[in-house]
Design a protein around this ligand. Sequence first.
Ligand code: PAF
Length: 282
Amino acid sequence: MHVFQTQKELQIELNKTENQSKKIGFVPTMGALHEGHLSLLEQSLAENEITVLSIFVNPTQFNNADDLKKYPRTLEKDVKLVEKLNKKILVYAPSVSDIYEGNTISTSFDYDGLENQMEGKHRPGHFDGVGTIVKKLFEIVKPTNAYFGEKDFQQLQIVRKLVAKHKIQVNIIGCEIFREESGLAMSSRNERLSESARAESKLIYQILSQAKEKFVSKSANDVVLFVEKEFKKHPNFTLEYFEIAAEDTLLTCKRKVKNKKYRGFIAVFIENIRLIDNISLK
Ligand code: PAF
């Protein structure tokens, strides 16, 4: 399967006369593909005539050098998976210099405060890096539809804001979280977990599900205290945060407002690996 390594080469393909009026679906990833990514690709294949997958570990969105170094890079395996799914998918796996042209820094973005909550608080600069790469990739691929998983729900809302503020012509499509059989949200980072930690990590979804049940009758604050107490019983986990926030503003829920949509958002460490997840509290 051919892998496009430069934006020029990809654009030559996309600009071919026969491709010009076709709908382009785009799935941006950092590789280490799992079934969650494959489901995004399947949705794109069903809804577009061309599907582009990007595989690029974007250095500017990592606030921790060690995390960037250890991020799984499995291009060969990824390409085999894609080839098995559909040979027509255009895989774009650029180098850092093809994307950043010698200037590997991020632009600063204003997402109307969405960037100051949760992941933004705990990973300074992360969403500037995400905005920078997503905007660059949209400029290169010019997709009709772009697919993002709801596991990174804050990222999804930020990308929606980026597109609205910069008037980028693309439909952003949020796709449900894909979970392992145990309930653990699929993530490239799961690859780094030992077998026992991976098994133990089903606890995250179990506690999120209990939080959802409790939210029906309890206050947001009580539910947060419940989750914090549960994680204290499991010393292999270090809870970074659990927050209940409104889906649209991502502001912390202090008092429930009728008909407002809330989610419980979590970041937790196990074996020094940071996992995030969230659950709709409808
Ligand atoms: O969600 C991801 O994998 C990344 O943040 C993205 C959207 C591919 C940008 O690097």
